[in-house]
Design a protein around this ligand. Structure first.
Ligand code: F6R
Length: 241
């Protein structure tokens, strides 16, 4: 596990975007694993900037997103499909049919999960971008007695719904379920890039990176992966010695 700390958010974003760019340039048909939430916003801005500057093309890139809310159609402003289109896909030259997100309104969600997992198996992820939940979740793999390996439907923890309520009109509007890649699906990525910022994540960063490997802190499973790059701002890293 390689841990890199940054003094400013801008530096972290630029570094992460460059790692993505290098991966894209080094492959004929690169596959990126993407996340939503607040953490990747600056990274996506920098990636779009590289595209606008003519330094990067996404023509041959395929993407897989980690998760999607159950019950929100792609045109719902809080769906992750909408987020991706708004913050990245509409700003770069990626063909839409090369972007993949779980379909949260599929009639048969089990079939949707199996189909998503099969697609992931046929196009292994070169680099997976991750954020970190306050409770240690990655994707929407919530802490518990067990974790699922593959793409599955998950019931969101009250604390996760509360944390995400900031994007909705009220807590009641936050979906109770989501489809997420499993921890096993995530760990199959060739390289994982975990980005974390903010003092409110400092304790969970320490637990995930230096504590025991446990399903109660899903991100601690990242300690078992051979190629993890952790990008932290000063606040998120302040509890690591
Ligand atoms: C998003 C996702 C989540 C977030 C995590 C951190 O696709 O899978 O695991 O990465 O909840 O969210 P932010 O970045 O909003 O603090």
């Amino acid at each position: 596990m390689q841990i890199i700390r940054f003094d400013t958010a801008g530096e972290l974003d630029a570094y992460a975007a460059n790692v993505m760019a290098e991966t894209i340039k080094s492959k004929n048909n690169p596959v990126l694993g993407l996340a939503t939430g607040s953490t990747p916003l600056g990274i996506y801005d920098k990636m779009a900037e590289l595209y606008r500057g003519g330094q990067l093309s996404f023509e041959r890139v395929t993407t897989f997103n980690l998760d999607e809310y159950v019950g929100l159609p792609a045109n719902h402003e809080q769906s992750y499909a909408y987020y991706m289109s708004k913050h990245l896909f509409s700003k770069i030259n990626i063909p839409k049919n090369q972007t993949n997100l779980p379909n949260g309104i599929a009639e048969n969600l089990e079939q949707e999960c199996a189909g998503y997992e099969a697609k992931l198996e046929s196009r292994p992820i070169d680099i997976q971008l991750l954020g970190l939940g306050h409770n240690g979740h990655i994707g929407f793999n919530e802490p518990g007695e067990t974790l699922s390996g593959k793409t599955h439907v998950v019931e969101l923890k009250p604390e996760t719904r509360k944390a995400n309520a900031r994007f909705f009109d009220s807590l009641d509007d936050v979906p109770k379920y989501a489809v997420t890649m499993g921890v096993g699906s995530i760990l199959k990525a060739n390289t994982i890039m975990l980005a974390v910022r903010g003092a409110d994540k400092a304790a969970i960063v320490r637990e995930a990176l230096t504590g025991p490997i446990t399903t109660k802190v899903p991100a601690s499973l990242l300690q078992t992966h051979p190629r993890v790059l952790v990008l932290l701002d000063r606040e998120a890293g302040r509890m690591l010695e």
